[in-house]
Design a binder for this molecule. Structure first.
Ligand SMILES: [Zn+2]
Length: 255
């Protein structure tokens, strides 16, 4: 079947289906990674890698906002309004494409670099209640990123573990398991009262997400050492535990 379509800014698209063989599983890397998704950085990994939102995406988003303001000032039904509308549609497309490109590159890099990827189950709708964060969150494409990770790990014979969102990954010391009573969003680094380890907020969270994810991957593979995680036979995404205050304690050493 061939579908020919035209989008709002006048571009034509031809869509057709092709049959291909199932992809070969990717070679094992022997590596597992935890990923903390954020607003300041798009993502921070347990390896200490920071993946910033690309600057060109921000610039395109600002352009889009400007064109939208311009359009709002034109009279309804006028030729100028129609022209302005075209500009908005083009700016929309550029933002969408730039974001898709960034998300695809980022998810592919992660899937190539690890056998097990652990992410937090961010319930976007819940976080969006904080209005100041709402715009930034809905703009950064976490939902799309998560679904890319799901199908890419599945195709590559790798494992994606989704850790319960009630798990206090940010407030828990990844070295000794000490749990802080609270940690303000503005605090980017802290020292553990239990073991005196100095933590970067996001890297520490990513390490905890990794530990929780590995515990889940171990449990489902039936191998106590976690060295042999079965590939391609597990469900693509697994929820670590149900919604209890501190569900995942396995694999996290405590004093
Ligand atoms: Zn500690």
């Amino acid at each position: 079947m061939v579908v020919v379509s035209r989008d709002a800014d006048g571009r034509w698209y031809v869509t057709f289906q092709v049959d291909t063989a199932d992809p070969e599983p990717m070679p094992e890397t022997g590596h597992a990674v935890g990923v903390d998704l954020g607003v300041k950085d798009f993502a921070v990994t347990s390896d200490g890698e920071r993946i910033a939102n690309p600057k060109h995406l921000e610039r395109k988003a600002r352009n889009l906002a400007r064109y939208q303001r311009q359009m709002a000032r034109k009279q309804k039904g006028s030729a100028n309004r129609r022209k302005a509308k075209g500009k908005v549609a083009r700016a929309h497309r550029k933002v969408r494409n730039a974001r898709q490109d960034f998300l695809h590159r980022t998810s592919t890099n992660l899937v190539c670099g690890a056998d097990v990827i652990a992410v937090e189950d961010l319930s976007v709708s819940n976080m969006v209640r904080n209005r100041r964060l709402a715009r930034a969150i809905s703009d950064c494409g976490w939902g799309e990123f998560r679904s890319q990770l799901e199908y890419k790990t599945s195709r590559a014979g790798k494992i994606l573990v989704v850790v319960d969102r009630w798990y206090p990954s940010t407030k828990t010391c990844s070295s000794c398991g000490y749990v802080l009573s609270g940690l303000k969003l503005s605090v980017r680094a802290w020292t553990c009262p239990g073991c005196r380890t100095r933590h970067d907020r996001d890297i520490n969270a990513a390490k905890n997400i990794l530990a929780a994810g590995q515990a889940v991957a171990r449990g489902t593979s039936g191998d106590a050492c976690g060295a042999d995680v079965r590939r391609g036979e597990l469900p693509r995404a697994q929820s670590a535990v149900k919604q209890e205050p501190q569900p995942v304690r396995v694999g996290i050493p405590r004093l």
